[in-house]
Design a protein around this ligand. Structure first.
Ligand SMILES: N[C@@H](CCC(=O)N[C@@H](CS)C(=O)NCC(=O)O)C(=O)O
Length: 323
């Protein structure tokens, strides 16, 4: 793994820096332009990224939950035919995320070997971490965004006049409800599992792991009487919870020690997760074996021998019975 400083990539010794309390902190995304229907700038960034078919491309890794958000938005907004993808290998290297002639992990768009090359081509003098997902503009050869929350929002909003009809993931009347779930889920679940898994003290681990289960318990209780998090429509809040749920039993439960319960122990959350998995196209964005390869890849601190466990076997196919 590494970081880029003024456009130059540097290999890092310690890829998981923690604060003095042993708490792990995620760095902020810095490339935050927006695709809009008419090319206007959007809430941040510069103008010129107009929604057009076959103009944009996503660089992702199957195991990355943040990239998974973008892949889910692409599928659920029926944009698969107009936004292509390049998929980096799950295993990270000194060069960070890399492409290779293994499976379907070649980057056919730019022909690069690593994601850091995309950052040096697409952002002038970039300084920061080399993360996926990356949303790329083929027309100008520049990076639109490396922030998954923004990418989900723009795929939801910008393409509605040129893409097939698809549900609004951030409907006006549910925004307050969606925002409040988003905030809670981001802090305590999406990022919470990483704060548990990357903590370097018992206290930091314990408080992060307990928060994960407090929120999952709360969501489970809520889903007893509600079809989705923000009511009877599937929204961005559900989209953002799902990548963590999909990785929970096969990866976080064991690799990140989030082991008070398994997802499959939850009475309502488990059928809810299966319902989302069974939405058209969603199963194609989920790769359980690759999650294991990614989360159990060799790491000096967490898995020095790089041994990948054989289980658990989790069956996501039984009917969800939530109709
Ligand atoms: N804020 C970013 C975070 C993305 C992120 O942290 N991605 C991870 C993979 S799961 C990554 O690429 N990490 C590499 C690194 O930090 O060096 C987003 O949500 O898009």
């Amino acid at each position: 793994m590494g970081v880029m400083i003024d456009g130059v990539y540097h290999i890092e010794d310690d890829p998981t820096p923690t604060s003095s309390g042993g708490e792990w902190q995620r760095s902020k995304s810095v490339v935050r332009n927006w695709i809009t229907a008419d090319g206007s700038p959007g809430p941040t960034g510069i103008e010129g990224y107009r929604a057009e078919a076959d103009r944009y491309h996503l660089f992702v890794a199957w195991n990355c939950p943040w990239a998974h958000r973008a892949l889910l938005a692409r599928t659920l907004k029926k944009l698969d035919g107009m936004i292509g993808i390049s998929v980096a290998l799950a295993r990270r290297t000194d060069q960070g995320w890399v492409f290779a002639d293994e499976g379907d992990h070649t980057d056919r768009l730019l022909g690069v070997q690593s994601v850091h090359e995309i950052y040096s081509r697409g952002v002038d003098g970039y300084t920061g971490r080399i993360t996926v997902p990356v949303l790329w503009d083929k027309k100008t050869g520049t990076m639109v965004s490396n922030e998954s929350a923004d990418i989900v929002r723009m795929l939801n909003d910008a393409f509605s006049t040129i893409a097939p009809a698809a549900p609004d993931l951030y409907p006006e009347d549910l925004r307050a409800e969606v925002d409040s779930w988003n905030e809670l889920i981001y802090q305590t679940v999406n990022n919470g599992v990483y704060r548990a898994g990357f903590a370097s003290t018992q206290d930091a681990y314990q408080s992060a792991a307990l928060e994960v289960f407090e929120t999952l318990d709360r969501a489970d209780a809520h889903l007893a009487a509600s079809r989705y998090l923000a009511g009877d429509r599937f929204t961005e809040a559900d989209l953002r919870l799902f990548p963590t749920l999909a990785r929970f039993d096969v990866a976080y439960h064991y690799a990140f020690r989030c082991n008070l319960k398994r997802l499959s122990d939850y009475r309502h959350l488990w059928p809810y997760a299966r319902e989302i998995y069974q939405l058209p196209g969603v199963d194609k964005t989920v790769k359980f074996d690759i999650y294991k390869q990614g989360y159990f890849s060799p790491s000096e601190k967490r898995n020095p021998l790089g041994i990948v466990p054989i289980g658990p076997l989790v069956d996501w196919s039984p009917p969800h019975c939530r109709d």
